[in-house]
Design a protein around this ligand. Structure first.
Ligand SMILES: C[S@@+](CC[C@H](N)C(=O)[O-])C[C@H]1O[C@@H](n2cnc3c(N)ncnc32)[C@H](O)[C@@H]1O
Length: 257
């Protein structure tokens, strides 16, 4: 039996999104999803190969699954990171034996929970968002999973939180960062995370394809411009090794040298 069958479970969210797309509500914004970051990505969200990927690789903690399904009911449920991408990040966090991680853009906290589940008991996720209402959806499930104590939620603009961490002497003390908030600030997030991450640490940058709009960013699409500029900069950035992966809406992994 498939672990995840693409959608009955998400029917409500999907129907609401249908309306949102039709009315142009999401135009120019991330096409997040329950399971896939973009409808026109490398592998379509409902494509058989994606279903195969899920059927043959997804090992989702039951509480994570609960949060995914709950998030799917939210009108903005598609903002959630895809489950296979989250699993990749959990594996990376484990691989590098991370203790301190940062998430920029928490939403309902699926990936914050995902990372907290694989951190040691004294590990910490500094979880940055501006909207506490979203996180309120996930918090009871962080508790249910027994990892609430590992998630340090900071409700304020992420740049402010990153500056506070730096001012607090936490430069070069983090192992991993996931950048997934407002795209216009991606370069600032990257630069600050690079200072906060230890050598050998890793920064994962989400939505680097921006639904294909980075191919020819329109002048009035500030998000596409910003992501494209960062993609170009990363290609030449001698401070990191990189891999740009066609997972979800594109993820770049930057390994600090
Ligand atoms: C794509 S969602 C994050 C999804 C999340 N990583 C997950 O695991 O599902 C983007 C989030 O960034 C937050 N955000 C937007 N602007 C922000 C800012 N300036 N500082 C912090 N968070 C911000 C939004 O409130 C939203 O929850």
């Amino acid at each position: 039996m498939p672990l995840l069958s693409v959608p009955k479970e998400v029917a409500v969210g999907t129907a609401m999104l249908g309306v949102a797309f039709a009315t142009g509500m999401l135009a120019g914004r991330r096409y997040p999803s329950l399971g896939f970051g973009t409808p026109s990505g490398m592998i379509g969200k409902n494509s058989p190969i994606r279903q195969y990927i899920l059927d043959h690789s997804l090992r989702e903690h039951p509480v994570l699954k609960k949060l995914r399904l709950l998030t799917a009911e939210h009108p903005w449920g598609r903002m959630m990171v895809s489950c296979e991408q989250a699993q990749l990040m959990a594996n990376l966090v484990k691989l590098i034996k991370a203790k301190k991680v940062i998430e920029i853009g928490v939403f309902t906290g699926y990936n914050a929970l995902n990372m907290a589940l694989v951190l040691p008991d004294n590990g910490r996720v500094v979880a940055c968002d501006i909207n506490e209402d979203y996180a309120k959806i996930g918090r009871p499930l962080w508790k249910e999973a027994g990892v609430e104590h590992k998630i340090d939620l900071r409700i304020k603009p992420a740049i402010q939180t990153l500056d506070e961490l730096l001012a607090n002497g936490e430069a070069e003390t983090f192992d991993f960062a996931f950048i997934d908030a407002d795209k216009e600030n991606y370069n600032e997030y990257y630069e600050k995370c690079l200072r906060l991450i230890k050598k050998g640490g890793l920064i994962a940058i989400d939505n680097v394809f921006w639904n294909g709009k980075v191919l020819k960013p329109r002048k009035d699409d500030l998000a596409a411009q910003s992501i494209h500029r960062l993609n170009e900069k990363l290609l030449r950035d001698a401070r990191v090794n990189i891999s740009m992966l066609p997972v979800g809406d594109g993820v770049t992994l930057a390994f600090k040298l």
